[in-house]
Design a protein. Structure first.
Length: 180
């Protein structure tokens, strides 16, 4: 007999269960707790970090540790993305030197947009990581929020919300130097 003997296809292995304690959700009270939660979520990033905020002036977005963690993520993961959309870019331009340097270094993987008119009423900052983990501050005037880790179903409404906000956006701060 000439030909290839075909055996049955191997049975795919069982999916690896998530680490103990996942998925999990925690209520956050205060800016410090929100900032720590953002760091925890960013540490889990494998594909895409999405941020919506009023102007990024709170939460440690220009700290050495945060910018180093984001830079490490963007260098370590081929195809990694980091997208920011804010109502107002002035804080980034005037006080966000480390964040701006990160944008210059990783312009191929990072965008900073300004919200369009249709999204100007949004006042609940979001950090979404890989469409699975998130930190949601309920309102910019409040200090409470939620951290959710490892639950894409729970993240889905906020992913959709972010996508709606993003769709209104226009370029805000760029990683290129023009006009020299």
């Amino acid at each position: 007999m000439i030909g290839t003997v075909m055996g049955s296809s191997p049975i795919p292995p069982e999916p690896i269960p998530p680490p103990p304690g996942l998925p999990r959700e925690a209520r956050l009270d205060g800016i410090v707790a929100l900032g720590h939660a953002q760091d925890e979520a960013i540490a889990l990033a494998r594909r895409h970090v999405k941020v919506f905020d009023i102007d990024l002036s709170w939460g440690g977005w220009n700290t050495v540790a945060r910018c180093e963690a984001l830079s490490s993520y963007l260098r370590r993961i081929p195809g990694a993305r980091f997208d920011i959309i804010v109502h107002d870019t002035r804080w980034i331009e005037s006080s966000g030197g480390r964040l701006t340097a990160l944008l210059l270094l990783h312009a191929h993987a990072m965008k900073v947009y300004r919200t369009g008119n249709a999204a100007r009423a949004a006042m609940d900052p979001l950090l979404i990581v890989d469409d699975t983990h998130y930190v949601h501050r309920y309102h910019i005037d409040g200090m409470a929020g939620t951290l959710s880790i490892g639950d894409p179903e729970r993240a889905k409404p906020l992913v959709d919300r972010f996508d709606e906000i993003w769709a209104t956006g226009e370029p805000g701060v760029t990683g290129t130097v023009l006009g020299l």
